[in-house]
Write a protein that binds this ligand. Structure first.
Ligand code: NAX
Ligand code: ADP
Ligand code: K
Length: 495
């Protein structure tokens, strides 16, 4: 099996560069390999003899651009190079790289972008510290306005490598080539949309060197959790595969629980029961077949049901109601020490009182699955959690605070564990933005935990499988479709 793909922050990447240099590879060799990878990619994108315009910045990102310019000219391309800043002020490896460029150097903002078959954006990479101004800003605006394809070196200039946020104006690339490992900005929104397809070039920094930086962010994909996916044994019976309990809302709010329940069953929970308020039993009964049904009158009712220890995983929140009753039911669930997924109303019921939720959560392996709105409500009054500009950091801090695995949803769903591990999901489709889609996700995660999967793996696998199911369907997707798309995704993973 492939290794999980480690994502490095700009600081970790600098550490890995430095460690590689300290171990005996000169920095200029790394830069030459990086520049060669850029040139190869540019050549792939441009017919031989075409016109390539390289915009170089004052740091090492610009150095990569100088190397690429030289190699492309040697290959017969017509290359123009422009610099932001003064040639004499280049230092270190980029000064060495510039010595190899014999052609003219113009001011970057005056480059003939409109005439380019390809523009290479080597202005700024991981060293960007603030929004672009002056000549750099004008160069980026002109590049973007030219309508010509742009290949960004490492990352689109103007994008923050850690957060994926544009720090002002930023390059809109047709493709990006990065080195050794992807950075958070390649996966997080909106950065991902600025990058185009991202290629990772090997420049001789080993996987061991990358891991030694202590990096703890991964792209969410099967190598991260495939080993943990449950496979029933020959002699398994249904109780070996867990029993998921999903709490239903009142008579007019029952669909969400059924969506979650069906997903839990499809992902392999041996049994699934909907716990329904007495007044909603009729409507739930009319719609359930393989999923079972129990009457459950509030917290006391839940307490009574949970005396049966075979219920080992609980899903609570979808359409449950935003009120004290829901808070009391969460407390009962947590005290029963079962695996727990809390979504929607179970989170919003703790609006502004996250401390109360944190107190109860200490007892059980829990996954919280907020979308951005629920996250903001739950942690209102906690600027330390809400204010970091990186979505990964926000999810991590929420996980650390609550002691739960946090799935902060969206096109770039981040799954964070209290110990600092984080995974970023990127295989979804905007067609998942449909009512009830999140209910299905929490059912999938609850169903995996029922089968004994750890919270972080269950949440990461659940988010990936949910997104894959949605993407496999595409236009016209509604939440009812999702559970029945799971077998196909599972077959691809398990056989
Ligand atoms: N040995 C290494 O460290 C390697 C680095 N590589 C490249 O080096 C890049 C990182 O290089 P650097 O750390 O030099 O950083 P950058 O080249 O991304 O930019 C840093 C330079 O830009 C200036 N700057 C930052 N923000 C600015 C702004 N808003 N306006 C104007 N100037 C600004 C800084 O003062 C500094 O001079 C990577 O993205 C990658 O492309 C590759 O060559 C591979 C090897
Ligand atoms: N633009 C998008 N691209 C990919 N996935 C998305 C997008 N928008 C939403 N999703 C996913 O769809 C699901 C929506 O969940 P949620 O907002 O809770 O919906 P609901 O409350 O209607 O069930 C989440 O898993 C989220 O990650
Ligand atoms: K760049």
């Amino acid at each position: 099996m492939n290794r999980p793909e480690l994502i490095l922050t700009p600081i970790e990447m600098k550490q890995a560069d430095a460690a590689t240099i300290a171990a005996g590879t000169p920095g200029i060799d790394l830069m030459t390999r990086a520049g060669r990878a850029v040139a190869d990619k540019a050549a792939e994108m441009t017919a031989r003899g075409g016109r390539i315009v390289v915009a170089a910045g004052p740091g090492n990102n610009g150095g990569d651009g100088f190397v690429a310019a030289r190699l492309l000219e040697q290959q017969g391309y017509r290359v123009s190079l422009g610099l932001v800043g003064q040639r004499e002020r280049l230092t270190g490896d980029s000064a060495l790289a510039a010595e190899g460029w014999r052609g003219e150097i113009v001011a970057a903002e005056n480059l003939p972008f409109q005439q380019a078959d390809l523009i290479i954006d080597a202005l700024f990479g991981t060293g960007l510290t603030r929004g672009l101004e002056g000549a750099a800003r004008i160069a980026v605006e002109r590049m973007n306005m030219s309508g010509r394809p742009i290949l960004s070196v490492d990352l689109p200039s103007g994008i923050d490598g850690d957060t994926g946020e544009p720090l002002g104006v930023a390059v809109k690339a047709a493709a990006t080539i990065t080195f050794a490992a992807r950075k958070p900005c390649h996966l997080l929104m909106p950065g991902r949309t600025f990058c185009g397809p991202v290629t990772v070039a090997d420049i001789g920094i080993t996987p061991e060197t990358l891991a030694a930086t202590g990096a703890r962010i991964w792209a969410n994909s099967p190598p991260l959790w495939l080993h943990a996916l449950p496979r029933p044994g020959t002699a398994s019976h249904k109780y070996d595969r867990g029993h998921t309990l999903v709490a239903s809302g009142g008579a007019t709010r029952t669909g969400a629980a059924r969506l979650a329940a069906r997903a839990a069953l499809r992902i392999g929970s041996g049994l699934v029961t909907v716990a329904s308020p007495p007044e909603a039993l009729g409507v739930n009964a009319a719609h359930l077949t393989a999923v079972m049904l129990r009457g459950c009158d509030g917290p006391e009712g839940l307490y009574a049901i949970l005396k049966d220890m075979r219920f080992n995983s609980l899903v609570m929140g979808p359409a449950l109601g935003v009120n004290a009753n829901t808070r009391a039911m969460v407390a009962v669930a947590v005290n029963a020490r079962r695996s727990l997924v809390l979504d929607a109303d179970a989170l919003t019921s703790f609006e502004g009182i996250a401390e109360e939720l944190r107190q109860v959560l200490r007892h059980a392996p829990t996954v919280l699955t907020p979308h951005g709105g629920e996250f903001g409500r739950l942690f209102s009054g906690h600027p330390d959690i809400l204010d970091p500009p990186s979505k990964i950091e926000r999810a991590r801090r929420a996980a650390l605070y609550t002691g739960a695995v946090v799935v902060l949803k969206g096109p770039d769903t981040v799954i964070a564990a209290p110990d600092g591990r984080a995974a970023v999901n990127e295989n979804g489709t905007p067609y998942l933005a449909t009512a009830g889609s999140g209910d299905t996700l929490c059912g999938i995660i609850g169903g995996l935990m029922a089968q004994g999967v750890d919270a972080f793996e269950a949440a990461s696998a659940g988010a990936w499988i949910h997104a894959e199911a949605g993407a496999s369907f595409g236009p016209g997707l509604i939440a009812e479709d999702l559970a029945d798309l799971l077998p196909n995704v599972l077959r691809g993973l398990l056989t």
